[in-house]
Design a protein around this ligand. Structure first.
Ligand SMILES: [Zn+2]
Length: 350
């Protein structure tokens, strides 16, 4: 899939553990007028090798807000890392692109597709935890879920497996709904949270890494708060999936401008190793709904009647069913977009 071109040269500065908030990004502030108000954008250099030689690989809209701006996905011509630049500043992202009803925050609605979805999530939660336990035999687990949203994963772990669980959810309104459910959720980001070193057995992070301003600093922090031998279990979209080649700019995994980084299996492996961890397993996941999401991005741009658009939307369970054979085929080839990655802390903290 052309992956051999990624990381064709080594980073200029060699391996290093990044200290939190140590990166300095070149900021160019632009104003983009839209019905949402002004968006503050910043251009960034490559997070991995610090060169500033971006090659444009794709331009795409935000298909949710439909603001009239084409965000850019670029590839570092020096090391091959793929990222969004310019990107909204943290302030703009939180104010404009993560409303309280953002798709990933809430799992409690009554539509048929949401009911099916909640059943699917239970299976997904079980499979995520089981995958982790295959590589970690200790009992009395101390578990952290970073970006836990409404805490449904933690709730499931409490009920099914027990142990101690903590969640981090920076959006306060979402965190407070998890607190109301009796979950231990702290309204902070990982970099701002005060955890002792060597605290957790497993740190989970599902579809969060690609949203973070500095995923490398976050991975370093995960490494620090894990016990030696502890697991970092995370799920991300990767650009290696076949569906990206099919849907191109409409590919759900770009999710611009919310996805700031677009990892490949190779690039994620490298940032994990640089943080002092080792990737134990990469597990492609079966998620047919994501293809319905990509199709919906495309359909939104057409002049088809509203009724047709509604039928072809990702909320229609028939669309998920329609894409299931295709996703199973990608899974058979081990080329799905969504991958669960299990990494282990192997170094001692300095
Ligand atoms: Zn680079």
């Amino acid at each position: 899939m052309g992956n051999e071109n990624f990381f064709r040269s080594q980073p200029k500065k060699g391996n290093r553990l990044r200290q939190e908030n140590s990166i300095e990004q070149k900021k160019v502030l632009l104003d983009v007028s839209s019905h949402m108000g002004k968006i503050e954008l910043e251009e960034i250099e490559c997070l991995v090798c610090h060169s500033n030689t971006p090659e444009l690989i794709c331009e795409a809209k935000d298909y949710e807000s439909e603001i009239n701006y084409l965000f850019k996905v670029v590839k570092c011509s020096s090391c091959g890392f793929v990222y969004t630049s310019p990107r909204p500043t943290l302030k703009s992202l939180f104010e404009l692109f993560y409303p309280d009803d953002y798709i990933c925050y809430n799992s409690n609605t009554n539509s048929v597709s949401e009911k099916i979805d909640s059943y699917r999530k239970r299976i997904q939660n079980y499979s995520r935890m089981k995958s982790a336990l295959r590589y970690y035999k200790n009992t009395d687990l101390n578990i952290l879920d970073v970006g836990c949203a409404d805490g449904s994963f933690l709730k499931y772990i409490n009920e099914r497996f027990g142990g101690r669980t903590t969640g981090l959810e920076p959006k306060e309104k979402i965190a407070s709904s998890a607190l109301k459910n009796g979950l231990n959720v702290i309204p902070k980001t990982l970099l701002n949270a005060d955890f002792e070193k060597n605290t957790f057995d497993i740190v989970f992070m599902f579809h969060v890494l690609e949203h973070l301003q500095d995923p490398i600093a976050n991975i370093s922090k995960v490494n620090e708060i894990l016990k030696i031998g502890g697991l970092f279990v995370f799920e991300i979209p990767v650009i290696d999936g076949i569906d990206r080649k099919i849907f191109k700019r409409y590919w759900w995994g770009y999710h611009l401008p919310r996805h700031l980084f677009h990892f490949s299996l190779e690039s994620v492996n490298r940032v994990i190793e640089e943080a002092g961890m080792k990737v134990l397993a990469i597990k492609p996941q079966i998620r047919p709904t994501i293809h319905a999401w990509s199709l919906q991005n495309y359909i939104k741009q057409t002049s088809l009647p509203l009724l047709v658009k509604k039928f072809l939307s990702m909320n229609n369970p028939a669309m998920t069913l329609f894409f299931t054979p295709m996703e199973l085929f990608f899974y058979f080839l081990q080329k799905t977009s969504v991958n669960l990655i299990i990494a282990q802390r192997i170094t001692k903290n300095g």
